[in-house]
Design a protein around this ligand. Structure first.
Ligand code: LRH
Ligand code: MN
Ligand code: MN
Length: 424
C-alpha cells in the first residue's frame, strides 16, 4: 500500500542518527548486563492486532466528524490496516467485528494475504439491532428475559465462530451491553443465570483449538447495572464455562484509579487471562490512544506480562480497541502500536532478580526505583531499528505523511457526511 521507495527514502534521511542512538543505547544497556540485540529480537517478534472498527473515525453519542478518505467497507479497512502494518511491522493481524465486517471468506482471505495480514479474535455484536432481525436487543441479548431473543443472540455468536473458522481465527470475544438503567429493573441473579446459560451454548459450539474471551465493562450503555461489570464476574464466567474460556481486559473498562495491573496479575495467577483491548482513558471508556494519558500504567501492565512469560499455557491475545475523533485513525493506530511495543521493551529491561530481592528485603524505595529504571529508559532506537530491519519505517508517521496515502484514497473513496452518534 505504501511504495517501498518512499519508505527507503524516508529511512535514508534518518538511518545514520538511528545507528548512533542505537549504539549509544547498546553501550548503556551492556553496562546493565542487557544485550540490546536480544531485546530487539523480542520486540521484532511482538505483534498487536488492529481493530477493524478503529480505522474509521469513531464519534461520540453527540456527533461524528468523519475525515477524508474514510474506509467504505471491510476491504478498505483492510487496506488501511495494511498501511499500518507495512510502516510499523508491529500489527500483523486484524480483529473483525460481525456483522460490520461481513463479507465472503474467500475474498477476505485473498485481501488479507495480499496485504500480509491475518485474522485475530472475532468480535460478536449483540449490542445493536440489525435490519431484519426478529428480536430487539433493547432490553438485553444473551441475558434477555425472553428465550427467543437469547436464542437469536446465541445463534449470532455461533455464526461468528463459523465465520472466524473460515478465516483462520482462533478466538471469539464476547462483549454485551446487557444490564439495567433503574434499580429494580432486573433481578441481578436471574439475569446472570440467563447469561451463563446462553454462554454455555456458545461455548459448546467452540472448536477444540478455540478460546472464548468474555470482556467486562463497568457501565455503558447500561447505566445502573451491567451483567459483566468487572473482573470478578468475568472470572466467575470463565471458571463456570471451562478450560477454553478466558477473561479479556479492556483497559478503558474500569473506574478511574483501579489497579489494572493487579487485576492482570490475578488473572495470570489463576490461568484466566485471555487478552487485552489496549487503549487509554482519563474518565471512563474514553477509547483514547494507547499510552496517551498514562504510559506508566501501560508499562506496569507489561511488567506483569513479562514476569509471566514462559508460564505454561500463557498466551494472551493483544489487540487495540480505540476510537479516533480528532486524528487520522491510521496515524493514531500506528503510534498506539508503537506505544504498546515501547511498554513491552521497557518491561523487558527490568532487573527482575534485583526487584525480587528488594521485595523480599522490604526495600520499597529501591523496588520501585528498579521498576522506574526500566520505564525511564528511552527504548525508541530499539523499536526503530526493529522496524527498519523488518522493512518498516524508522518514523512511521512522517513516512505516512510523505506517502500522501490519505489524499490518494480520498480521491477514490467518496466523502462521508457527519451527523449521528458514534458506535464505540
Ligand atoms: C465496548 C467495546 C467492545 C466492543 C467494542 C466496539 O465498549 O470495548 O470491545 O466490541 O467496544
Ligand atoms: Mn473493547
Ligand atoms: Mn469499550
Amino acid at each position: 500500500m505504501i511504495d517501498k521507495s518512499i519508505i527507503e527514502a524516508e529511512n535514508a534521511k534518518r538511518a545514520a542518527a538511528l545507528r548512533a542512538d542505537y549504539d549509544a543505547l547498546g553501550e548503556n544497556l551492556a553496562r546493565r548486563g542487557i544485550d540490546i540485540a536480544a531485546v530487539k529480537a523480542k520486540v521484532a517478534s511482538y505483534g498487536v492486532a488492529v481493530p477493524s472498527w478503529g480505522v474509521g473515525t469513531g464519534g461520540t453519542r453527540f456527533a461524528r466528524f468523519p475525515g477524508a478518505g474514510e474506509p467504505r467497507h471491510i476491504f478498505d479497512k483492510l487496506e488501511d490496516c495494511g498501511v499500518i502494518q507495512s510502516l510499523t511491522r508491529a500489527t500483523p493481524a486484524v480483529s473483525l467485528h460481525i456483522p460490520w465486517d461481513k463479507a465472503p471468506a474467500a475474498d477476505l482471505l485473498a485481501k488479507a494475504a495480499q496485504l500480509g495480514l491475518r485474522f485475530d479474535a472475532m468480535n460478536s455484536n449483540t449490542f445493536q439491532d440489525q435490519p431484519d432481525q426478529p428480536h430487539s436487543y433493547k432490553f438485553g441479548s444473551l441475558s434477555h428475559a425472553d428465550r427467543a431473543t437469547r436464542a437469536q443472540a446465541v445463534e449470532h455468536n455461533i455464526e461468528c465462530i463459523e465465520i472466524g473458522r473460515a478465516l483462520g481465527s482462533k478466538a471469539l470475544t464476547v462483549w454485551i451491553g446487557d444490564g439495567s438503567n433503574f434499580p429494580g429493573q432486573t433481578d441481578f441473579t436471574r439475569q446472570f443465570e440467563r447469561y451463563l446459560e446462553s454462554m454455555k451454548q456458545v461455548y459448546a459450539a467452540l472448536p477444540d483449538d478455540w478460546r472464548i474471551f468474555s470482556e467486562h465493562k463497568m457501565f455503558e450503555p447500561a447505566f445502573y447495572s451491567t451483567v459483566v461489570q468487572d473482573w470478578g464476574t468475568n472470572y466467575l464466567i470463565a471458571k463456570e464455562l471451562g478450560d477454553k474460556a478466558f477473561c479479556l481486559v479492556d483497559l478503558g473498562h474500569h473506574a478511574p484509579n483501579v489497579n489494572i495491573e493487579m487485576i492482570v496479575a490475578r488473572l495470570i495467577q489463576f490461568g484466566k487471562l485471555g487478552g487485552f483491548h489496549f487503549n487509554d482513558s482519563k474518565y471512563g471508556d474514553d477509547d483514547l490512544d494507547t499510552g496517551s494519558i498514562d504510559p506508566y500504567r501501560l508499562f506496569l501492565v507489561f511488567n506483569e506480562l513479562v514476569g509471566a512469560e514462559g508460564k505454561a499455557g500463557f498466551s494472551p491475545a493483544h489487540m487495540l480497541d480505540q476510537s479516533h475523533n480528532v486524528t487520522d485513525p491510521i496515524e493514531s493506530l500506528m503510534v498506539s502500536a508503537t506505544e504498546v511495543q515501547r511498554a513491552y521493551a521497557q518491561a523487558l529491561l527490568v532487573d527482575r532478580k534485583a526487584l525480587a530481592a528488594c521485595q523480599d528485603g522490604n526495600d520499597a524505595l529501591m523496588a520501585t526505583t528498579t521498576l522506574k529504571h526500566g520505564f525511564r529508559t528511552d527504548v525508541e532506537p530499539v523499536l526503530a531499528m526493529a522496524r527498519m530491519e523488518a522493512g518498516g519505517a524508522i518514523d512511521p508517521v512522517a513516512t505516512y505523511r510523505a506517502s500522501g496515502y490519505r489524499a490518494k484514497v480520498a480521491a477514490v473513496r467518496p466523502r462521508v457526511t457527519g451527523g449521528g452518534g458514534g458506535i464505540v
